[in-house]
Design a protein. Sequence first.
Lengths: 109, 207
Amino acid sequence: MTAAETKAPDPVFHAPWHAQVFALTVHLNEAGHFAWPDWAARFGATLARHGLERELDGGDDYFAAWLETLEEILDTAGVAAPGDVAEVKQAWERAYLGTPHGAPVRLPD
Amino acid sequence: MPHDHSDHDHDHPHALLPPEPALRVKALETILTAKGLVDPAALDAIIDTYESKIGPRNGAHVVARAWSDPGFRTALLQDATAVVAELGYYGRQGEHMVAVENTPDTHNMVVCTLCSCYPWPLLGIPPGWYKSDAYRARAVREPRAVLADFGVVLPADTAVRVWDSTAEVRYLVIPQRPSGTDGMDEAALMDLVTRDSMIGTGLARTP
C-alpha cells in the first residue's frame, strides 16, 4: 500500500482485459440482467474465497475474481455455459496464433 | 494494436497471444454479442467514460463547491444523491451517495470490506490499494495505523470514523478546508482536493 499522491494520475485500468470485463459487467447490469447488490454479494464471496488462499493485492487478482464471478453468474443464468466459453476461448487462441503479427485478429465466420 | 502488452518485444511471426483471462473475457463478449445481449459499441463507451470522463475531478468539484457555498454544503450533507445529481453526477448502479464531513473533532475514512464499493460517479475507478485485502481488513481494525502509512497523523483527540460502503450506499469524504485559502475561487480550491482526501486516507493540499 502506498500513498501515491503524484501529479501523474494512475491509469484507470492496468490491463485491457480489466477494462473489458468491467464494461461487460456494467453493461449487463444496466441492461437489467442482474441487480448490482446481487453482483456485489457474489463478487464479495469470490474475493473472500480467493483471499483464504493468499492475500489479494487488488490488481490482477482482483479482476480474476471479478471474471470468475461474472462467469458463474452467466453460467447460472443459462447464458454462457463453461463448455461454450472454453470452446470460444480456444477459437480465439487459434485465431491469435494463426494471424500474422500486425494484422487484425478475427474469429473465422 | 492487435495485441495486448507483453514482456516480449522481439519479432513475432503471429499476433501476440493475450493473457489467459483476457481470452476468457473475449469468449464471453463473443457469446453475449452473438446472443444480442451485448453491444460492443456500448462496451467501448463505458470504457471511454471511466477512462477519460469520470474521475476524482468530479468529486473535487463537489468538495470545492461545498467549501465555497454554505447552502450547498448543508444540502449535500442532507441528501448527497440529489445534490450531486443536479451537478450531473449519477450513480449508474442506482446507489445512494452520502457525504461525510471531516472536522477538527472527527476524521472520516471509507472502505468496502465486502468488495470494493466506491462512489464511481465522483471518484472514478478505485485505486489498487483500495481493492487490496490489506486495506479492506486493516482500515476497520487499525485505521490510525493505515492513516500513518499514508502519511496522515491526526491529533490524538480527533476521533476516526470508518464508513463501510455497500452496493447501496457509497461515501464521499469532505476533507477539511485548508487554512490560507480564504478568497480562493472554486477552480483554485478544486486543485487542493486529492482523490485520497475524499476517501479519507489523505488531507487536502495546502496552497
